[in-house]
Every structure is written in C-alpha cells, then in structure tokens.
Design a protein. Structure first.
Length: 268
C-alpha cells in the first residue's frame, strides 16, 4: 500500500484548481520539500495572483502539466520507485520554459528531484538559467530565509551547455536517469543527430526510468515513435493534446503529442 501523501495547508484552500496545485508543488520544490507553515494568507493570495499572471506559467505550462498527469495515470508510471530522489534529465532543453514545472510535477508527492538540463547552445542555457532564477525569486520572496537560502537552487538543477553524450565526463552527473524529457523533439531537422540522442536517452534510463517526448507535428511524432521502436524503445502511451496551442505554421502546435517510452530490455 502506498504511503499516505502529506497534504499541504495551501492545497486545502477552497479555490484549489490546477493553478493552485501547480503553485503548491512549485512552492514545495523551491522550499526543498519543507512545508512553509507560517506564510501570511494575504501574501499567499498575492503570490497566487502573481503566479496566475506570470509569463513563465501560462497556458502552455498548464497544458503540459495536464498531459504529464494523463500519461502518468494511463501508463501507471512510477519513476524512481524505491528511491528518495528522482534524477531528471532534460535533453535539448533550449531556454527551458519547463525548467521549474518538471521537478515540481515529479516531486509533487514529496520526492526530491535533481534536474540536469542540457543543450548545445550556450545562449539558450544562459536564458534557461535566468528564467529559472526569475521563477525561483517569485517563491523565495515569501519564504523564511531559514527554509531556503541563496544556494539551494544549485542543488536542484544543473544547466549544462554541452553534447549529451559528453555528460559522462562530469563526475557528479548520474549515468542513469529516472525521467528523461525531450520537449519538441526535432527529428525532421537532423535525423542522424536525433537518432544518437534517442539512443543515448534509451540507454540512460534507470530500471524504472521513462523517456517522455513531445512533438509539434503529427507526422514527425509518428516517425519519432517508429525510430525509437527500432532502437529498442517500447511506446507505453502516446496522447494527442486537445488543448495544444496552434502556431502560425499549418499543423504545428505546442506539445501537440506527448508520449512515454521505456527501454524494452528493462521491464516496467
């Protein structure tokens, strides 16, 4: 039987909704999973309003959260089972809009999450760092300094400008991950490179690990799933995001498809 989940006093608010659940999970993430007990209710209300209006957590991030929840439930995913920490790898992360959402989602039931966000482009990694810091400041501003100090964020996320296949040279980075996330995989752009990325991802999954990809296009998503299958991947679930935000290019939308894949050699 699963251990009873702790309910935060914030989550029990009458206006509980997806926004509040995300807010609560992010607050827990940035407080190191220590429940802040003495926060001023008026300040919490103000923070919720700021959160709802924040450019970092608009429609796309809420929809991504719902899609992650849907595939986790459908596939009965339990990454990091038996561990007290989830190791999360965000591959080809770009400016990493989802950098705070992913650890908050996977850690929402009390597990700590260590995230490694990787992209070849220095400029994108710099943007990712600044975005994460800006998000963190929203939550730190209301917390007791005894709960979170200025060095905590460095323990929760590492931003790395390098090729993923070179990660082994960084001694502090695990060789296996419980969750590997690739947002808007770009197989059409450079198939040989993406094949190497997929191979690396599948071979870097832990025993209960899951690879999650999202795609802009219908056809590109199907091609990605076909290639992952050829490489030894097992498609556990794939879902069309009905709330996906349409972009200017025909047939292209944000997180249009989301899929969960395991390594066939590792039973789930």
């Amino acid at each position: 039987m699963e251990e009873e989940q702790k309910i935060s006093p914030i989550s029990s608010a009458k206006d509980s909704s997806l926004g509040v659940i995300m807010f609560d999970s992010l607050l827990s993430h940035f407080s190191g999973n220590n429940q802040p007990e003495n926060l001023d209710p008026a300040l919490l209300k103000q923070m919720r309003q700021e959160f709802n209006n924040s450019e970092f957590f608009g429609e796309d991030m809420r929809n991504l959260w719902l899609m992650l929840e849907r595939i986790q439930i459908k596939a009965n995913l339990d990454p990091g089972k038996g561990k007290n920490r989830i190791d999360l790898l965000n591959l080809a992360c770009g400016y990493c809009e989802e950098g705070s959402v992913l650890p908050a989602f996977w850690g929402r039931h009390g597990l700590s999450v260590k995230q490694f966000s990787v992209d070849l482009r220095d400029a994108e990694i710099d943007k990712a760092k600044r975005r994460y810091a800006a998000t963190e400041s929203i939550f730190k501003s209301a917390m007791n300094p005894k709960i979170v100090n200025s060095g905590e964020s460095a323990q929760g996320v590492e931003f790395i400008a390098d090729n993923a296949v070179n990660l082994s040279k960084y001694g502090q980075i695990p060789s296996k991950f419980d969750v590997i996330f690739i947002r808007h995989q770009n197989l059409w752009h450079d198939r040989p490179t993406w094949q190497k990325i997929y191979e690396y991802a599948l071979n870097s999954l832990s025993n209960t690990g899951i690879l999650i990809i999202t795609s802009y296009f219908d056809r590109e998503h199907l091609l990605a799933l076909e290639l992952l299958k050829l490489l030894g991947g097992n498609m556990v679930v794939s879902e069309r995001n009905s709330a996906s935000r349409q972009l200017d290019f025909p047939g292209k939308s944000i997180d249009r498809h989301v899929a969960a894949i395991t390594n066939k050699s590792i039973p789930i």
